[in-house]
Design a protein around this ligand. Sequence first.
Ligand SMILES: Cc1ncc(COP(=O)(O)O)c(C=O)c1O
Length: 362
Amino acid sequence: MEFAEAMSTKFGTAVSSGTASIHTALGALRLDAGSEIICAPITDPGAIMPVLWNNCIPIFADSYEDNYNMDPATIPALIGEQTKAIVCGHIAGHPCDMDEILNIAEDHNLCVIEDCAQAHYAQYKGKTVGSIGDMGCFSMMSGKHTTSGGQGGMVITDDEELYWNAKRFADRGKPFNTDEPSNLFLGINYRVTEIAAAIGRVQLEKMPGIAKARQDFVAAFEVALANEDVVCCEPSPVADGGISVYWFGTLLFHADKCSKTMAEYGAAVGAEGVPVGGDYAGALVPTKQWINDMQTYGQTKEPWTSPHWKGDIDKLDYANSVPAGEKCVAQLMRYGVHECQGEQDAVDMAKAIAKVDSAYRR
Ligand SMILES: Cc1ncc(COP(=O)(O)O)c(C=O)c1O
């Protein structure tokens, strides 16, 4: 409950990972098999696989070309009779355009699950992410802003019934908050250990400071970069009204201004000893082999072959469904952000970029 309170919601239940948190949120909705879920295109597989474990069909929104998050304008065309929810991800810690997502969800009676695995304490128009949709999901894996000792997760909500269902789902359907003598429905065991909970409670207290330190570092880096003569890249935009907590930072690469590819430019900057360079192509889930080959339950291709799903398996073309996402991962360069980085690191990073930029610009 402390976590829920810190994120400005009434209820919260701890689970064993961020992946488990998405599965638990979907489980709490008690969806029919074959339901369609609008998913983030650029994300961790841990945000997509639970959809399939829940016997639902992922349908991918496309991203922006200069921001990894889903572009709400691509959602309405994907909505059909079986669409039940949107799982948006605040990727890199940059908040999604929640107003637009919520408007679409309201028009079509869809639930909104916010995947905040990379975005603890990010803000959108004065609200903490995770408290804006119907449920918020968090990862507390060791690399995230806060950890519960290696692996962990949270599901938060203002809806009491969803809270109880989440708790029930994550503990084998136990009849919490009922007089029923036995388990209520299919669930799983995603419970956290007491030691993980104890670590998580202590780490939670550090979270506002961690978020601020990351924001201060990025602000210092952007000032330092603006003070250098750099033409091949610039900071990429965050949604209007959004305040990122930077799980990592993002730079928009201008291929037309550079004599080298983004990979070569990034590798050269990285070789200067600063954490700048990689792309995020590995996170463009709809283009990945496993999902296009429908590698799920043996050779059955379930749930796409389930009679419960009324869609047409032959018309699904995940690999070609996210052209903006492909452009996005091709032109956004990531840089490492950590709460221990200070002003000197910001200046060193900007100088390393400027050095490579002067050699590689057209
Ligand atoms: C956006 C996103 N969603 C879900 C997950 C899954 O979280 P976990 O690794 O804790 O299962 C991650 C993990 O990195 C993530 O980045």
